[in-house]
Design a protein around this ligand. Sequence first.
Ligand SMILES: Nc1ncnc2c1ncn2[C@@H]1O[C@H](COP(=O)(O)OP(=O)(O)OP(=O)(O)O)[C@@H](O)[C@H]1O
Length: 335
Amino acid sequence: MEKPIIELRGLTKCYGSLKAVDNLDLTIQKGEIFGLLGPNGAGKTTTIMMMLGLTEPTAGTATVCGYNATTNPIAVKRKVGYLPDSVGFYDSMTALENLTYIGRLNGIPEAEVKDRAFEVMTAIGLRDAADKKTSAFSRGMKQRLGLADVLIKQPEVIILDEPTLGIDPSGVKEFLKLIRQLSRQHGITVLLSSHHLHQVQQVCDRVGIFVGGKMLVEGSVDKLSRSLFKNETNVVSISLAEAVPTPWEFEDDLHRLERVQRVAVTDNVVEISCLSDITPSLVRFFVHKGLDVTGVHKKEYGLDDIYEKYFENNLAESNTNEKPNRVFQKSFFKK
Ligand SMILES: Nc1ncnc2c1ncn2[C@@H]1O[C@H](COP(=O)(O)OP(=O)(O)OP(=O)(O)O)[C@@H](O)[C@H]1O
């Protein structure tokens, strides 16, 4: 198996008595898009700073592209492109001038820098705005140009810290699509830090939920959902034309269907949890009973369900000192 492109071992950072990052172990393979998810103050930026060699760990190591980020930060910076949540440009210069300036700073030869800048601007969809001053750029365009700054040095790894802050929903969608495209086409490894569950779910191969400096859980959304919702992976909601009376005369019959585990009735919706996907049999059951089915919806568990469930389990397992997690959870969803 190939060596991981990012390898964090026992990575720890203390600020006085505060453990901002607490004994973090993480490996990311080449070409993967990994989402580091966590509420404000979770330690995401501190982790990124240590991976870039911009702050020293109190303990542990961060190895990026085969280099120790603490002892060899320059080598790491050559291989890694970092996009913070907002990027500054010289507003009196055009997008192309800003980009070629960054290209020169990164040591790209004069003969190549303009062509490379055009190439990158085309890839990120800003070719037509190349001669526009960046003072006239929207926030979304600035983030794209920030990505161009990162790409011009042809990095092996891109680290994005809250890259979609302040971008409108359609801009976010486009931006994430672009990240995925770039990663797939060029085999670039991406670490994306965010507290937007839905955005991360759209683009990442694997996610880690990071709270209070610790990685609580990691894996693909699918894997996490299967392990957390073992007994509830097949939940179907059947909507009926009329409200279901209580007690419902057909409830026992429904329970007797093979593989049905749980039935819950609310107004005109019957929610059924099953051991496997038996949607066709369920629909036949309702039709056979002479009930008008107006909708069939299969529940899919996403990252927000995973996050919620994880905390539910965590709270149930422990009866001490769990209040901070509740607070984290609330602030997580608010944004
Ligand atoms: N230079 C510093 N000195 C002291 N404490 C710090 C310093 N930098 C960060 N911290 C603390 O470390 C913790 C982790 O901060 P960090 O910025 O890494 O979190 P984050 O997950 O990136 O949060 P956000 O989503 O708000 O950016 C916080 O409690 C923060 O106050």
